[in-house]
Design a protein around this ligand. Structure first.
Ligand SMILES: Nc1ncnc2c1ncn2[C@@H]1O[C@H](COP(=O)(O)OP(=O)(O)O)[C@@H](O)[C@H]1O
Ligand SMILES: [Mg+2]
Length: 316
């Protein structure tokens, strides 16, 4: 007899690759917010309870190894300013190893959400769980030491320092995390190479072009050796050649095993990088999922992708 069954693998499972460890301090159900898909019984049987199902140990083991935990989870995050709810009850996960996109019209709440994640702003309510730890009330530098690092929409390099000195400042911020046995730490030279700034290392940062300053902003964040890097509009104002370069740089960063959350107005370039996207609108999460599905979602199209260039990018 055919018995309908559901294993916690396949398309319905979260895409994260990190396996939960016994040392994680929080129960998985509260951390992932998706208790039904990741934390339920290994095998769910719909039908008479008397059905006897034998699941081979090997299959159980394979299934367990794909049971996964988000690198970061935002849980019912809300941020109110006087009279404005900039971020309204948003829940989402970022899987280890992915590049997740965040888009939405101006004023949608993207920068506010980033500020909540990096700790520049405290949420009015909700939680942020990073690597299984509730970091909601942690200061930005502590999150940074823990591997959660943000760039800022307005580049803030020290103008009178050289490119290399600016990157060294970024490296100092990550220094608290350089404990024995932690993941590899990027050297300043590696960071300069990865961001195509090696030949400009002795230039003062205020001598750089806009594209150079954007790359320096990425470099300073990268020097802190993030595990999750939050990039806020690093493509704004760049010409097509510069856009292609920054896309390549983000790919390089990703290839080093760094997980990314990227928000951009330049969706054509962003969509070259991501599989999954969050769409914000008026502070609310309008859509989460596959980029192609987003481009066909009527609410997303109406709110944002209706613009001809964006729609073209989504279907490219
Ligand atoms: N510090 C603040 N004080 C008051 N309102 C703010 C503040 N920061 C952002 N907002 C408001 O929150 C909303 C979301 O802004 P923001 O997060 O910057 O959007 P986005 O980055 O998507 O353009 C906007 O209405 C904005 O005016
Ligand atoms: Mg913004």
């Amino acid at each position: 007899m055919e018995v309908p069954k559901r294993l916690p693998i396949g398309p319905s499972a979260p895409v994260a690759s990190r396996t939960p460890s016994d040392t994680d301090p929080l129960p998985r159900a509260t951390r992932s917010g998706r208790a039904d898909s990741t934390d339920g019984p290994l095998l769910t049987v719909r039908g008479p309870l008397s059905v006897d199902l034998e699941v081979p140990e090997s299959l159980k083991e394979a299934s367990r190894s794909t049971a996964v935990v988000a690198l970061l989870a935002g849980e019912a995050l809300t941020k109110r300013f006087a009279g404005v709810t900039a971020v309204s009850n948003i829940s989402f996960e970022i899987a280890e190893g992915e590049i997740l996109g965040l888009i939405g019209p101006n004023g949608a709440g993207k920068s506010t959400l980033f500020a909540l994640l990096s700790g520049m702003l405290a949420p009015t309510s909700g939680r942020i769980v990073f690597k299984g730890t509730n970091v909601t009330r942690w200061a930005p530098h502590r999150r940074c030491h823990h591997g959660l690092v943000q760039t800022f929409q307005l580049a803030q390099a020290f103008p009178d320092l050289t490119v290399e000195q600016n990157v060294r400042v970024g490296a100092l911020f990550g220094a608290g995390r350089r404990r024995k046995g932690e993941r590899s730490v990027l050297t300043v030279d590696e960071v300069l190479e990865m961001t195509d700034l090696a030949d400009r290392r002795s230039a003062r940062s205020n001598e750089l072009t806009l594209a150079g300053r954007k790359r320096l902003e990425v470099a300073r964040a990268l020097a802190a050796s993030p595990q999750l890097l939050l990039l806020d509009e690093v493509m704004a104002g760049l010409n097509p050649a510069e856009l292609a370069e920054i896309v390549e740089i983000i790919r390089r960063i990703h290839a080093r095993g760094i997980t990314l959350l990227v928000t951009e107005h330049v969706v054509e370039s962003l969509f070259q990088l991501i599989d999954r996207v969050l769409v914000l609108h008026h502070g609310q999460l309008l859509f989460t999922g596959d980029v192609r599905a987003a481009s066909q979602d009527p609410a997303v199209v109406e709110a944002y992708l209706g613009r001809a260039d964006a729609a073209a990018a989504a279907s490219a």
